[in-house]
Design a protein around this ligand. Structure first.
Ligand SMILES: [Zn+2]
Length: 357
């Protein structure tokens, strides 16, 4: 029998002794990361594709139940197990109500815990396979994609989706091409996405035919079911060209959403709003990878990016939002899906809050 791969488990427990004992029990089977608070766990939850998150109920600050609820919303495929010191019916009912996958009472014996983590890791794997998704974000210049939909892409990564970024030029005037290429590579590394950086027409994207051909080549390879790209409502000619070329090349892709840029016009009218609260700080850290540009370009200013994201949050309940125009949205089982159906579908894909304006 081959050795099974070690599981990635996030353990949330404010009692360091109990945490150490529990981690020791699981050590052979899993790589365990321990955090003492739900707030720290929430930050860690988005960094990795966890097989299982185990949490106590009573924690300083946010409770374990609230944590489970937030994880279910952001990463619905990740299994959750509640460990509690109190054998109470109310706790069990609450655990089920917030969507926890299982519930154990302390002290937990070794075989029970091992059996439970194996079972729940399989549940995560099954759910991930069922919801597997390939995502492609297409930008004319380095940093366009990060600014327009960086938080949304981080959300896809957190859910275990395959995310690729296609950049079609070396960059506008404003930075040495080699330097900008290094920055783009660093940004992709920070987001844990694959970067496909081509240079279709030098500084600008050039002829439409050439871009369509290039995008079609990448689509063949990535086979995305969701695309993010520029809006047609944009002053920048390159951005508009990429929008047109994407729609032309991606005739078979069911979902195409268009992001905002610093040059989108007042005609930009988003109808989809994705909550990115958990990913806002990381989005800004990714954008800081464009260090040479952050200094010279005002549209990369962190305060401006935060303020813009806050502005769109008036269409949702979250604090930070990325807005999208819907260029195309076809659900798998019907061609002319109605709005409510497609909204549920995107929620399933993103696990994020979406609101139709
Ligand atoms: Zn651009």
């Amino acid at each position: 029998m081959s050795t099974p791969q070690r599981l990635r488990i996030l353990l949330v427990e404010d009692d360091p002794i109990f945490a150490a004992v529990t981690a020791e029990v699981m050590r052979e089977r899993a790589l365990v990361r321990w955090t003492p608070t739900a707030e720290a766990a929430l930050a860690a939850a988005g960094e990795k594709d966890w097989d299982l998150i185990i949490t106590d109920i009573e924690l300083p600050g946010m409770s374990g139940l609230e944590l489970v609820m937030k994880i279910k919303a952001a990463q619905p495929h990740v299994a959750t197990l509640i460990l509690t010191g109190h054998r109470s019916f109310d706790n069990a009912v609450e655990a089920i109500r917030v969507g926890a996958d299982d519930f154990l009472t302390k002290p937990v014996d070794r075989p029970t815990l091992i059996e439970k983590i194996n079972e729940l890791a399989q549940l995560s794997a099954r759910r991930k396979a069922e919801s597997s998704s390939a995502v492609l974000a297409i930008g004319a210049h380095p940093d366009d994609v990060e600014v327009g939909c960086g938080g949304t892409l981080l959300g896809h990564v957190a859910q275990g989706h395959e995310v690729s970024v296609l950049v079609l030029t070396g960059g506008e005037a404003g930075g040495l091409p080699a330097e900008r290429a290094r920055e783009a590579a660093r940004a992709a590394e920070l987001m844990a996405v694959r970067l496909i950086h081509v240079n279709v027409g030098g500084d600008t994207v050039g002829e439409l035919d050439a871009i369509v051909t290039e995008i079609a080549r990448v689509l063949d390879e990535v086979r995305p079911d969701t695309i993010y790209t520029h809006s047609e409502h944009d002053f920048n000619q390159d951005h508009r060209s990429v929008h047109q070329a994407t729609l032309a090349a991606a005739a078979a892709v069911p979902r195409i959403f268009c992001f905002e840029s610093s040059s989108t016009t007042v005609e930009f009218q988003p109808s989809r709003f994705v909550a990115v609260d958990e990913f806002m700080d990381r989005k800004l850290a990714v954008i800081r990878a464009y260090t040479t540009h952050v200094r010279q370009r005002r549209h990369l200013d962190a305060e401006l990016l935060r303020a813009t994201s806050r502005y769109w949050s008036r269409y949702g309940q979250s604090r930070f939002v990325e807005p999208f125009e819907v260029a195309r949205e076809i659900t798998s089982d019907s061609d002319g899906a109605d709005a409510s159906e497609s909204r549920i579908d995107l929620e399933a894909v993103l696990g994020a809050e979406t609101v139709d304006a």
